[in-house]
Design a binder for this molecule. Structure first.
Ligand SMILES: Cc1cc2nc3c(=O)[nH]c(=O)nc-3n(C[C@H](O)[C@H](O)[C@H](O)COP(=O)(O)OP(=O)(O)OC[C@H]3O[C@@H](n4cnc5c(N)ncnc54)[C@H](O)[C@@H]3O)c2cc1C
Length: 395
């Protein structure tokens, strides 16, 4: 089993994390040869998780070989899966790596987004400790672009940087009543609970614990929010999703677990308005019933309104989980850094290099809200490419 864990680590920086959160049914398990024989796929995700957990609990975690230190300082901005996998690969190559993180905890969405019941924090912490053992330095509470600038980093002798600042800006639907008390983003809700201890009674960062909670959206973030609401005492916790269950982007397992926990799935429904009481607190949502039309640009069948089919449903809390946008601070604080119309940093597909040769980028700040495995892959690709360019003297 220890050998299995070692083999996994040759290509994955965080197997205990991936074994828990990757949409395996769309990735490795979708390619399993058993499917061609009309049998269920080998449970690759669960095996990955087991091997990584076994290694960690055995106390015999393998430490990768580290090249001789070369004294070259490299910065990573953001400590999510992209920043961490980049830092690990650069440390292995002998670089002096510092990860700058805006929050008071290292781990990005792995810590502040994905709840403890799905990805315990101590599992992420072990990976961070391993990176620290490999020589990676972590600076918390440091917002690059505000606390320090990119010019400061350059002056401090950082030869190159990898921007992995994620997509932490929540989207809203801009419908009537969205400003009522009790309507908030998943980002705020989950951060309060996962990072600021809002579930405990003595926290100074509490969160509303609604009894009739609607979560708008059908992705992993929506599932995490609705299952959290249930754990915080919601008698009726609902997913409101405008397409059908088949189109839901969430991992299959999350949907299954949510159902087992008694979550109501209002699929083919879309909120169009919220109503509040005299104190401005949300009390109800108006849902528009939908049906599926022709496929849209995403290849999924488009939700179309059924005329006249609307209903009011009582709620005392609404959590909006309809996607995220890139954190705008880094892109806006560097002159000459090219970004797309959506605010993502533009990089070469081949090597993750931006329009500024010493700045590479990857993960959600490049892709928009995507996945852990893609973020990690970007970090590794950027590390290999940055190393090659430093060795060749290009940067
Ligand atoms: C609730 C939730 C559940 C999810 N579930 C899954 C799942 O089950 N499976 C899956 O594959 N994906 C899932 N995802 C998506 C996945 O977590 C992200 O795609 C992934 O974390 C992106 O990694 P990243 O390193 O690019 O950014 P992030 O993880 O967002 O990390 C970025 C970090 O950069 C920091 N930062 C931002 N700006 C600055 C700055 N200026 N200076 C310093 N630091 C800065 C942020 O504080 C943050 O810590 C989920 C996302 C959410 C929100």
């Amino acid at each position: 089993m220890l050998e299995a864990a070692k083999t996994l680590k040759e290509t994955s920086a965080l197997p205990a994390v991936c074994g828990r959160v990757c949409p395996q049914e769309k990735q490795c398990e979708a390619k399993c040869i058993h499917l061609k024989m009309n049998k269920p796929a080998v449970a690759i995700g669960h095996l990955e998780r087991f091997a990584a957990d076994y290694e960690r609990e055995s106390g015999q975690m393998s430490v990768p070989e580290i090249a001789q230190p070369n004294g070259i300082k490299i910065a990573a901005v953001g400590s999510g899966p992209a920043g961490l996998s980049f830092a690990g690969d650069m440390a292995k190559l002998g670089y002096d790596v510092t990860v700058f993180e805006a929050l008071h905890e290292i781990g990005g969405v792995l810590k502040y987004g994905i709840p403890e019941f799905r990805l315990p924090n101590h599992i992420v912490d072990v990976e961070i400790e391993n990176l620290a053992k490999m020589g990676v330095k972590f600076i918390k509470n440091c917002i690059v672009g505000k606390t320090i600038s990119f010019d400061d980093l350059k002056e401090d002798g950082f030869r190159a940087m990898f921007v992995a600042s994620g997509a932490g800006l929540p989207n809203f639907m801009n419908i009537k009543g969205e400003n009522l008390i009790g309507v908030m983003s998943s980002n705020e809700y989950l951060t309060r609970v996962n990072l600021m201890g809002a579930a405990s009674d003595d926290t100074d960062t509490p969160v509303l614990k609604g009894k009739h909670v609607a979560v708008i959206g059908g992705g992993n973030t929506a599932m995490d929010s609705v299952r959290t609401a249930r754990r915080l005492g919601a008698e009726r916790a609902m997913i409101v999703y405008r397409r059908s269950e088949e189109e839901m982007p969430a991992r299959l397992e999350e949907v299954k677990h949510a159902k087992e926990e008694g979550i109501d799935f209002l699929t083919l429904h879309n909120p169009v308005e919220y109503r509040g009481d005299e104190k401005g607190r949300v009390t109800a949502m108006l849902l528009q019933k939908m049906e599926l039309g022709e496929p849209d640009a995403s290849g999924r069948r488009k939700p179309v309104e059924i005329k006249g089919a609307q209903e009011w449903v009582d709620v005392d809390e609404v959590i909006v989980s309809v996607g995220v946008s890139p954190n705008p601070l880094v892109p806006s604080s560097v002159d000459g850094l090219e970004v797309s119309s959506k605010g993502t940093i533009l990089v070469s597909d081949e090597n993750m290099q931006s329009s500024i040769p010493t700045i590479f980028a990857g993960g959600d700040i490049v892709r928009g809200g995507a996945t852990v495995i893609l973020a990690m892959g970007d970090g590794r690709k950027a590390a290999a490419a940055m190393h090659a360019k430093i060795v060749s003297g290009e940067i």
